[in-house]
Ligand binder design. Structure first.
Ligand code: PMT
Length: 396
């Protein structure tokens, strides 16, 4: 995982958004990061250090001089070992002090002594944010190589509405993950399909399947973190839109087909993860079908276009990857699908392992044969799949 074992110093300064830093800390430790919290005096007035100590399992650093009693070089030692310092929330005062290169409290001294990247997530009243002094300080920090995350726009604690809210902890976590992901897909356009399709029979009923979208969204998320420009054409699912991914919601296979074909010619990579219905009702009843006294109604089916096969057959196709969910003889069926659809790579999974759930067990089938991957969370499978795709594209 991107954050597994990463040593992150979380700096917290005096803003009401300090409570969100506690949530962020939980997310960071949950993602496997090794965290050390450093708080300014003002931050401790909003949330007590005990909260952060309990969540990180480590004493919180607050005082330059208290630290000096035990180890006079705390600020140097910690920042020397850190992979990144993230100050969230970063107040207007914090930005001003960082821009000046002050070192008169522990967090400022640690930041000045760092040998690692510094990221700041500003949080302040909108007028403080808009003030030329703050913008000037920010510009200095940007020139010094500091990464500014946000702020967000919306309702503020002071009751005003505007720019200055700290980014949500979940967003900051996602940004940090991307920060630690090599930009292996930078400059590449990745088009994906995900989820099921819904083929209406009447205004309330339809034919669909059990795809949750989890696998396809994981691939989209991993591609975006690796720097790709990602477009995700998704059937109806209950997944949150991944950050930095253009999501195009569709219902039916025909809608998915049209959305994909409009974009396929400009894509570098097309990954078809969706469980697309092969058939649709020839005619959608305009009114709700009624239970008839006699025999059940007959539903005539029409074949849907094969999106993957049509993209692969374009004159200059993107690198095409299909998925195959099988109930038996995975290798035979997956290899047959690969040949039939004319794609260089098929990801095979058994239906009981692929549909729903957070993990998957897949085998990659390409010209060189089969490459089984260990059972893993779908996001990890997604990362391995993208690495395999890049390796195949480089060989071409
Ligand atoms: O969403 P989850 O719950 O996480 O589940 C993930 C998954 C099991 C749905 C996924 O891992 C998977 O296997 N997706 C493909 C499902 C499938 O069996 O597809 P298929 O055998 O019907 O089609 C083979 C390939 O052709 C797929 O890439 C499919 O997207 C594509 N296809 C199929 C039919 C069609 N009309 N157009 C297509 O593009």
């Amino acid at each position: 995982m991107e954050l597994e074992g990463k040593r992150i110093v979380l700096g917290v300064t005096g803003s009401v958004a300090a409570y969100k830093a506690a949530v962020l800390l939980r997310l960071l430790t949950g993602a496997g990061a090794k965290t050390q919290v450093a708080m300014t005096d003002a931050a401790t007035r909003f949330v007590g250090p005990a909260t952060f100590a309990a969540l990180s399992g480590k004493l919180v650093l607050t005082d330059l001089w208290a630290a000096a009693d035990e180890n006079p070089m705390t600020h140097i030692d910690i920042t020397r070992a850190a992979d990144a310092i993230l100050i969230a929330p970063a107040t207007a005062d914090c930005l001003a002090r960082l821009a000046q290169g002050r070192a008169d409290d522990l967090l400022a001294a640690m930041t000045l002594a760092r040998a690692c990247p510094l990221l700041v997530a500003p949080a302040m009243n909108r007028r403080m944010w808009e003030n030329p002094a703050t913008q000037r300080n920010l510009e200095i920090l940007r020139q010094d190589g500091v990464t500014c995350l946000g702020p967000d726009t919306g309702l503020q604690a002071c009751g005003e509405e505007g720019e200055g809210r700290m980014l949500a902890p979940e967003t900051l976590l996602e940004v940090l993950r991307a920060f630690f992901t090599p930009n292996s897909l930078a400059g590449k356009k990745v088009l994906l399909t995900a989820g099921p399709t819904f083929e209406a029979l009447d205004p309330v009923r339809g034919i669909t399947n059990l795809s949750s979208g989890c696998m396809g969204y994981a691939v989209a998320r991993a591609a975006a973190r690796a720097g790709a420009e990602v477009t995700l054409v998704s059937g109806p699912v209950a997944q949150a839109a991944p950050m930095n991914v253009a999501c195009i919601p569709v219902q039916s296979a025909l809608e998915m087909y049209r959305a994909v074909m409009q974009r396929a010619t400009t894509a570098d990579i097309f990954i078809a993860v969706a469980a697309v219905a092969d058939y649709r009702a020839e005619r959608i009843a305009p009114q709700k079908l009624k239970k008839s006294a006699g025999s059940p109604p007959e539903i005539r089916l029409a074949q849907n276009p094969d999106i993957l096969a049509e993209v692969a057959a374009l004159p200059n196709p993107p690198f095409c990857v299909g998925f195959a969910a099988e109930s038996e003889r995975l290798e035979d069926h997956a290899q047959q699908k690969r040949a039939r659809k004319g794609v260089p790579l098929i990801v095979g999974n058994l239906i009981q392992e692929g549909f729903g759930g957070e993990t998957n067990h897949v085998i990659l089938f390409d010209d060189a044969g089969s490459h089984p991957l260990p059972v893993a969370p779908k996001i990890q499978i997604a990362r391995q799949l993208l690495a395999h795709i890049l390796a195949l594209m480089e060989k071409k």
